[in-house]
Design a protein around this ligand. Structure first.
Ligand SMILES: NC(=O)c1ccc[n+]([C@@H]2O[C@H](COP(=O)([O-])OP(=O)(O)OC[C@H]3O[C@@H](n4cnc5c(N)ncnc54)[C@H](OP(=O)(O)O)[C@@H]3O)[C@@H](O)[C@H]2O)c1
Length: 328
């Protein structure tokens, strides 16, 4: 008779979260609550908050897990001699290259690094910053919001995805146990484009000043969003890239639904509207806080795709300009 494996033997090893913010605290917290040793690297303000309150992780299905402050390993820099089995790199795009350069100085070569940034990734500047690390693009489909000190809430649904790699295969049961099943894809580009299309609502949301749900219930804002997606879809078709579905609907049908009158939209899109009434896009938070936004990684990618095809993406270019003008 085979002896059942104790749970600890299932854990591939310690995780290093670089960028203890919304995504980093949620993903790292869920993993630690599932028994994985996690070390968080972040800014002192956030670390003080975690040291005082611990972590509380909730989700829109009523799930809840907690990590007491006494169990948290908190650092303001990557600890010298760190030997993580996996790094979750959760800084925003503007902080990425410097965070990677620091990681490259400290963790062993070939350490797998899940890059959780929105957009098309890994990009050339990131690869250059850490050529000896194993950068693996990941896609975080859900929206995380902060509900209070140390309390991070998953406000929408979706399945985590990452670049298929032998080093990640052993992590799938661990993510599953943590309540965050991880899908592995041989080609992440269509997955990333799928998320990017969905995120084209972020600038619309940021400029609207409304929570996501209220913004999606406004026909004018939905039309602006649909127009940005449609412009990108035309270009993707020309580039022969088939973006993944990130909603149950094919993209063309998704556009039709966005363009329905609001009472019908409310009925048809009830799943899409299953979100916390206060959730906002992270771009809205960035604009409000005067931080740089990731517009270059969203509308900017559509504009770049257009250029490579000798075409234009006027709506996305105009939206990128509107966000840049607001953040100046
Ligand atoms: N929030 C979401 O719901 C969501 C969902 C899906 C994907 N994403 C993507 O995930 C990425 C992270 O987003 P987020 O919302 O979690 O950002 P966030 O809340 O701003 O978290 C990032 C944190 O990392 C800190 N940081 C920056 N450089 C660092 C370094 N070198 N070492 C340690 N900490 C550092 C930041 O501090 P400073 O502010 O001082 O720079 C910030 O506290 C983004 O690319 C975003 O597009 C976000």
């Amino acid at each position: 008779m085979t002896r059942p494996e104790p749970p600890d033997e299932l854990v591939p090893g310690p995780v290093l979260v670089v960028g203890a913010g919304l995504v980093g605290c949620y993903l790292g917290g869920r993993l630690q609550a599932a028994g994985v040793p996690v070390c968080f690297v972040g800014r002192s303000g956030m670390l003080d908050e975690l040291a005082a309150h611990g972590l509380q992780l909730t989700d829109l299905s009523g799930g809840r897990s907690e990590v007491p402050a006494s169990a948290l390993q908190l650092h303001t820099d990557v600890p010298e001699g760190a030997r993580p089995s996996l790094v979750l790199l959760c800084v925003k795009r503007p902080a990425l290259v410097s965070a990677l350069a620091r990681l490259a100085q400290t963790v062993p070569r070939d350490t797998p690094v899940l890059c959780c940034q929105n957009g098309l990734f890994p990009a050339a500047d990131a690869m250059q910053a850490a050529p000896q690390l194993r950068l693996l693009p990941a896609m975080v489909p859900f929206n995380i919001m902060r509900r209070g000190p140390g309390h991070f809430h998953r406000a929408t649904s979706g399945q985590l995805a990452a670049q298929a790699s032998a080093r990640l295969a052993g992590w799938r049961p661990v993510f599953e146990r943590a309540g965050m099943p991880l899908a592995l894809h041989a080609d992440m580009l269509p997955v990333q484009w799928g998320k990017l299309l969905l995120n084209l609502n972020n600038p619309v949301n940021a400029l609207s000043g409304l929570p996501l749900k209220a913004q999606l219930l406004d026909a004018g804002h939905r039309r602006r969003y649909a127009d940005l997606v449609e412009e990108a879809l035309v270009l993707l078709r020309r580039a022969r890239i088939e973006p993944h579905r990130v909603t149950p609907l094919p993209w063309e049908r998704f556009l039709q639904v966005l363009r329905l009158p609001t009472p019908l939209f409310r009925l048809v899109a009830f799943r899409m509207l299953r979100m916390d009434a206060h959730a906002r896009s992270s771009m809205a938070e960035d604009l409000a806080a005067g931080r740089p936004t990731e517009i270059n990684e969203l509308c900017g990618e559509v504009v770049r795709l257009a250029h490579t095809l000798g075409a234009q993406a006027l709506l996305n270019a105009r939206m990128a300009e509107a966000i840049s003008a607001t953040s100046r």
